[in-house]
Ligand binder design. Structure first.
Ligand code: AMP
Length: 550
């Protein structure tokens, strides 16, 4: 017997309709690429998304066509999230930090019909345009006054001119909720990037997790500075969850330096923010360098901050707590998972824990949000206990997790029971908290035992003189691999190898202690801000460790 409930399709357009109707006056603030601060409301966002949908229709964009973007977090990029997907086309957000050859590959692979881009990327698009065979037109996301006079880009259109002449009347079409809505390529540290194709249904379901109290806990009372890029895994679902919840949004545009982030948090009175650890490193560096002239207590009203994309170091979570009384929600996910998998909220039993004990909980990657099933297995696929000790391969399944990459790249990626292997290695404790031990590729295999590079890095950044740390396995004749710690020192701070080793002692198992420490000026990162360990391993593959038997 079937239930007698209306079969309304879960469509992205329903989110913006809801926001315009019930949060129509709520503001969306942007530091624009052109410079000034721009303000408007959800009602304006809705109107302009509909103008955009009319413009796309006039350009001949059809259901299922891919529309590429190379853009920062701004209100115009946000309009594309709704205008493109809402009219039935597929929004393809491209990460502009990728190498030009990768962007070329991705846009051609996706067969983008139009490419919308920011002023910052005019030189890049000029260079790439001749190779982008499927792109019929390039839309520069600015107004007429800022259009370049003598650009070499063919079929160049101005965004404001394009949508300005269109009507604000547009009826969002109704279609099957399983229709593709957006496309995002994985950053691909090895091999070509692969496309993850989301649907309207998966996106709307995922938005519930963004707004859930035990998810990212985004609500109408929040003012959120969205630092995580709109081009990185749907900005963790915030653009959709924001419309579902009616939160005020603040977009930083291209200015992600510590000073600009500080000023936006202060000027817009933000109580919520989201970003990868690298951004917060720059933010705290700015605070340290300008401590005398800043009134932190008065300026920063952050209550919650989501950190994910890479492990949030315990020292960073502690600093947020002590300096701003701000609770860090440590989140884990992947592009393949829309991206939310786990979020680090507290349980009732944690109430009143002293800070040190609470940080132990928060340093873990959190508990699964409803909608994601998770398990850990050994290399033979046997499920391992949830005892907080056994660590194994993390596998997931659920209605917002990929079932296969775009155009079948990579072949079959699910096992017979529908589980997707994430490539992460973790423990699960009896309360359901997951702790990432490593990427499967980054685990250091020493004498048949595994050493977690992430744990070592987290311990190292707890030292007051350490700005950033990376640990890689270096070949070792006796032990197969041993850890090498690479450290960037904070400006004006000093430490030595001996002092750092003494600092690490007791924080990790003795046999985990790095065999050597090298001080470096910079560390390589991927386009999404993660340490690029493949490059480091290549760089140090012949490194001679000073330990016996190396
Ligand atoms: P991406 O698809 O680019 O977002 O990368 C996903 C990968 O980033 C995951 O598989 C993890 O290896 C890593 N990652 C994401 N969040 C975290 C976290 N909180 N702690 C540790 N690693 C993370």
């Amino acid at each position: 017997m079937q239930g007698l409930i209306q079969d309304r399709q879960l469509l992205i357009s329903s989110l913006i309709e809801f926001a315009a109707l019930y949060h129509g006056d709520t503001e969306i603030v942007t530091r624009t690429v052109e410079g000034p601060i721009h303000r408007y409301t959800y009602r304006d966002l809705h109107d302009r998304s509909k103008q955009l949908a009319n413009a796309l229709t006039r350009l001949g964009v059809k259901h299922g066509d891919r529309i590429g973007t190379l853009a920062w977090n701004t209100y115009r990029h946000f309009e594309l999230y709704y205008g493109v997907s809402g009219m039935g086309a597929v929004l393809h957000t491209v990460n502009p930090r990728l190498f030009p050859e990768q962007i070329d590959y991705i846009v051609n692979h996706a067969e983008d019909q139009y490419l919308f881009f920011d002023l910052t990327f005019v030189p890049l698009v000029e260079k790439l345009a001749p190779q982008l065979k499927t792109v019929k037109g390039f839309v520069l996301m600015t107004d007429a006054a800022h259009m370049p006079k003598d650009s070499k880009i063919p079929n160049l259109l101005c965004y404001e001119d394009l949508i300005g002449k269109e009507s604000k009347e547009f009826t969002w079409p109704e279609f099957d909720e399983r229709t593709a809505s957006s496309l995002c390529y994985t950053s691909g540290t090895t091999g070509n990037p692969k496309g993850v194709l989301y649907s309207h249904r998966s996106t709307v379901l995922h938005s519930y997790a963004v707004c859930q109290r035990d998810g990212l806990n985004l609500g109408s009372a929040d003012t959120a500075l969205v630092i995580v890029p709109l081009f990185h895994a749907n900005a963790w679902g915030v653009p959709y969850g924001a419309c579902m919840s009616g939160a005020k949004l603040v977009f930083p545009g291209p200015a992600l330096d510590g000073k600009s982030v500080y000023e936006l948090l202060r000027d817009e009175n933000c109580n919520f923010s989201l970003g990868v650890p690298t951004v917060w490193l720059a933010f705290f560096q700015y605070i340290d360098q300008n401590a005398a002239s800043l009134d932190l207590k008065k300026d920063i009203k952050l209550e919650r901050c989501v950190i994910g994309g890479s492990a949030a170091p315990r020292a960073m979570i502690e600093r947020f707590a002590k300096q701003f009384d701000c609770f860090v929600i440590h989140a884990w996910g992947m592009t393949e998972m829309s991206p939310l998998g786990t979020t680090g909220n507290l349980l009732k039993k944690h109430a009143g824990l002293p800070l040190e004990k609470r940080l132990d909980v928060q340093a873990k990657q959190g508990r699964t949000v409803y909608g994601v099933e998770i398990k850990i297995t050994d290399d033979e696929g046997k499920e391992l206990p949830r005892d907080g000790k056994a660590f194994g391969n993390v596998k997931v399944r659920g209605p917002w997790i990929t079932s296969g990459y775009f155009k079948g790249e990579g072949g079959k990626i699910l096992d017979d029971e529908g589980w997707f292997t994430t490539g992460d290695v973790a423990t699960l404790d009896p309360d359901g908290y997951m702790q990432i031990t490593d990427r499967a590729k980054d685990v250091i295999k020493s004498g048949g035992e595994w050493i977690s590079s992430i744990d070592l890095e987290n311990a190292a950044v707890g030292h007051p003189a350490v700005q950033e740390a990376a640990v890689i396995g270096v070949p070792h004749a006796k032990w197969q691999e041993r850890p090498l710690l690479l450290v960037i020192k904070k400006a004006g701070q000093e430490t030595t190898k001996e002092e750092l080793l003494a600092f690490l002692e007791g924080k990790v198992a003795k046999w985990w202690l790095p065999d050597d420490i090298v001080f470096v000026d910079e560390l390589p990162h991927t386009a999404t801000g993660k340490l690029l360990k493949t490059k480091l391993r290549e760089q140090y593959k012949d490194y001679k460790l000073p330990t016996p038997g190396a």
